[in-house]
Design a protein around this ligand. Structure first.
Ligand code: NAD
Length: 433
């Protein structure tokens, strides 16, 4: 590659990418692999490898101890502005960085296109540990971060949502801050809000329930009965908890779940609702009676039919992929399986429903929420759940069709579907000026 080509590819003179990080490299490597399989137009491919807009902010944050003012880093990346407004979560985590957010924004673009939503992908984050913050500290971080990115978000431009370490209350503060600045209530600026502010019923459960709504179709494809199927869920937050509840409601045996402190295991099946109550009361799974403790490494190696990683990225790697016993993996989290581990699992015949498809239920119900806010007309829970199930299942079957017809795995098939839609939109819009 010439120096000029390097600069064109977003590198500075030292060959550094602006979004340098292992996760970004992995997202681009995955994209390149699929672009090659599809024979994607190389000009469009080059545009899609780089996020269109990346915002980095630093801002002061006063701790409850008034003598302490920290400087925090915040990010918002909007990957593709071609399809409509951009859409994606905001995460609070101690190690979040621009490259991670850029990778996740790219994934969001494909995800929205796979389920047919009129959005490009975005993602945001603040590098802070939410577990160390008091409620008022969390509120100050949120209001100041919102103010820093306020020119770049809005119902027609970019619509944030919750992600790791953020929740409905954080979205309520974000909506309030935005509304104070524009001088009127603007619920459609954010999704995943409390229902009192125009939030959608069933949004909280949507991602986890959406993941599990694909279980019958996936099991049917594998000719595997779901009744009594044993399920392991890594993570017991927004996604993991409702995935576990939905799986158990469907008649599966949820044998293990975990949170950041470790997991609990009972081969006869856990009482998931009792686990949820324990987690609410104690903010940990520790101390739940009548179970064995397992570590967050051991949980991936437990005997089960279905594994649902629903916590963080990069947890199934070359080091543990051979020990995974599940026949099927439904990716609740984003990027839970590294590219190398993906190859190993596929070679071993494990059926993987990839993140861009499996966890698209969250953004789908967010889309419903945005539409309802714009129209000030709210749907019933039954309408929402019914439409979610229909969209998820249609997308699953379309992806399975591509996978079978084009002889590719489900991840490649899902990405072909998403990338193709975005590339076609880019080509018909053309280059300005
Ligand atoms: P959350 O913060 O509500 O829950 C995260 C869970 O993971 C918690 O149980 C936490 O204890 C556990 N955890 C955190 N760090 C961990 C670690 N280092 N090791 C093991 N466990 C750890 O987050 P969430 O909203 O449930 O999101 C989980 C994943 O799903 C993320 O990858 C997120 O990007 C993805 N996702 C979320 C949504 C959504 O609607 N919330 C939608 C799509 C994808």
């Amino acid at each position: 590659m010439t120096d000029n080509a390097n600069l064109g590819a977003g590198m500075d003179e030292a060959g550094q990418l602006e979004w340098e990080s292992p996760m970004y490299h992995e997202a681009v490597a995955q994209f390149d692999r699929v672009a090659e399989v599809m024979g994607l137009d190389h000009n469009v491919a080059e545009r899609l490898r780089r996020p269109q807009r990346s915002i980095v902010v630093t801002f002061p944050f006063r701790r409850d101890d008034y003598t302490e003012v920290d400087t925090l880093f915040g990010y918002r990346v909007q990957h593709v502005l071609t399809m409509g407004p951009t859409k994606g979560g905001i995460r609070y985590a101690p190690d979040v960085n621009l490259g991670e957010v850029a990778a996740l924004a790219m994934l969001m673009t494909w995800k929205c296109a796979i389920v047919g939503l009129p959005f490009g992908g975005a993602k945001g984050g603040v590098r802070v540990s939410p577990l160390d913050l008091s409620r008022s500290e969390l509120q100050r971080v949120t209001r100041r971060f919102t103010t820093e990115i306020i020119k770049f978000i809005g119902p027609d431009t970019d619509i944030p949502a919750p992600d790791l370490g953020t929740n409905e209350q954080v979205m309520a503060w974000l909506m309030d801050t935005y509304s104070q600045h524009v001088g009127h209530a603007e619920p459609a600026v954010v999704t995943g809000k409390p229902p009192e502010l125009g939030g959608s019923v069933a949004r909280r459960e949507a991602t986890g329930r959406g993941v599990v709504s694909l279980l019958p179709a996936a099991a049917n494809h594998l000719d595997h009965p779901i009744n009594e199927a044993s399920v392991v869920v890594h993570g017991f937050g927004n996604v993991g908890r409702y995935a576990a509840i939905a799986a158990s409601e469907m008649g599966c045996r949820v044998v293990a779940v975990s949170d950041i402190y470790g997991g609990i295991y009972n081969p006869d099946g856990l009482d998931v609702m009792a686990v949820a109550r324990h987690s609410d009361n104690h903010r940990t799974l520790e101390g739940f009676p009548g179970v064995d403790r397992v570590t967050n490494d051991e949980i991936f190696t437990l005997d089960c039919d279905v594994l649902i990683p629903a916590a963080i990225g990069g947890v199934v790697t070359r080091a543990n992929a051979d020990d995974v016993k599940a026949r099927m993996v439904l990716e609740g989290a984003n990027n839970p399986i590294t590219l190398e581990a993906d190859d190993i699992l596929r070679d071993r015949g494990v059926f993987i429903v990839p993140d861009v498809l499996a966890n698209a239920g969250g953004v789908t119900v967010s889309y419903f929420e945005w539409v309802q806010d714009l129209q000030n007309y709210f749907w019933s829970e039954n309408e929402i759940v019914g439409r979610l199930r229909e969209i998820m299942n249609r997308a699953f079957h379309e992806v399975l069709h591509i996978s079978t017809n084009e002889g590719v795995d489900m991840r490649t098939a899902a990405l072909i579907k998403g990338i193709r839609r975005v590339a076609e939109a880019k080509l018909v819009r053309g280059v300005y000026p």
